[in-house]
Ligand binder design. Structure first.
Ligand code: UFG
Length: 339
């Protein structure tokens, strides 16, 4: 079965392409390469044995999307393509609303026109803000978004919920990702941040590789055991496999209309300092870091209640935080030697 993966050359998208292929699906990539690199396709070829079919186009273009859905006889869509920089979203709100919401509207409308039913939407744990109760459950209240980026995820979820409330023929699910890290264990694909990384683990690996000066740990005075923030770090391959399980669930669901939302995390909380210590242990050398001010918009602590996805989809994360850091480090080192 052919599955369209928008943003399939990106970090989570490319790993999901591998997981789909392993599960016997035939992934088709739609990616405009605005925040991804064509060399990811070569990495996919090394892992999968072939370059997946791909379209270097934008998924806000309805004509393009309809053509691909028909020509490729698509059975389901996993929608990753979106802008994702929290900081940039505050500077360029319309860029984010335009791209992240229009792509979803174009996709859902085109899918319904083409009578294609199964859609998985990339949402984010950022919709919880600082959840009042931890671990965060899917029915926790959703506060006003802390960023434009986060708001595009909240609105995206609402769009899909409202389509289901109107009993349209579309089965969809939103997956709320916690903190994806790591890389494929082959080190043929991984995260390729543009410029200075915003996220912790790529900054750590680039610092250890000598590409960045010291890491700044944003805040050491949080009300946590060691004063640094707590997050739920999940291996990107676990996250990728969750998409395959969710897709199979949608395909087997015995109705034309469905919507639900699931957390994708490990259920475990690790502090920023725990990540640094584990990474130092893996790399065998001290990491250069210093403590700085808190970063605006960061929540103190966020980790997932994973019982809903375990109960309904039978999925749980299989890999450890340490394995994820080992794979991220192997990937970073492979970049230094030309991939
Ligand atoms: N951190 C540092 N130094 C850095 C980068 C991060 O100390 O250079 C800390 C952050 O302060 C935070 C933790 O590491 O405490 C994790 O930060 P990340 O940026 O890696 O991840 P976030 O939890 O901030 O990001 C998550 C998702 C994003 C989402 C964001 C919303 O990965 O997609 O929440 O705030 F947008």
């Amino acid at each position: 079965m052919n599955i369209l993966v928008t943003g399939g050359a990106g970090f989570i998208g490319s790993h999901t392409v591998v997981a789909l292929s392993t599960a016997g699906f035939n992934p088709v990539i739609l990616d405009d390469f605005s925040n991804s690199e064509i060399r990811t396709l070569k990495g996919l070829e090394k892992i999968m044995g072939y370059i997946p079919r791909y379209y270097a186009e934008n998924c806000c273009d309805a004509q393009v999307v309809r053509r691909i859905l028909k020509e490729e006889q698509i059975s389901g869509v996993i929608h990753f393509a979106a802008f994702k920089s929290v900081g940039e979203s505050m500077q360029e709100p319309l860029k984010y609303y335009d791209n992240n919401l229009n792509s979803l509207i174009v996709l859902t409308r085109s899918m319904m026109e083409c009578e294609i039913s199964n859609l998985i939407f990339s949402s984010s744990a950022t919709v919880y803000g600082q959840a009042a109760a931890l671990p965060a459950t899917e029915d926790a209240p959703i506060p006003v978004a802390m960023s434009v980026y986060g708001n595009t995820k909240q609105i995206g979820e609402e769009i899909l919920r409202d389509i289901a409330l109107a009993e349209k023929s579309l089965k969809s699910t939103s997956l709320r990702y916690f903190n994806p890290i790591g890389a494929h264990p082959s080190a043929y694909i991984g995260e390729l941040p543009l410029g200075v990384p915003n996220n912790l683990v790529p900054y750590i690996t680039q610092t250890a590789a000598g590409l960045r000066p010291a890491l700044t740990v944003f805040g050491d005075d949080y009300p946590t055991p060691d004063g640094t923030c707590l997050r739920d770090f999940i291996h990107v391959m676990d996250l990728a496999e969750a998409h395959v399980v969710a897709l199979q669930y949608l395909m087997n669901y015995p109705s034309n209309t469905f919507y639900d939302v699931f957390n994708i995390g490990t259920g475990k909380a690790n502090s920023v300092l725990e990540i640094i210590r584990t990474f130092e242990n893996i790399s065998g050398k001290p990491l250069q870091y210093r403590f700085g001010d808190r970063r605006s918009g960061d929540v103190t602590s966020l980790y997932a209640d994973v019982s809903k996805i375990e109960k309904h989809l039978g999925w749980t994360a299989q890999r450890t935080m340490r394995e994820a850091l080992e794979d991220a480090w192997r990937w970073q080192q492979s970049l230094a030697t030309g991939g």
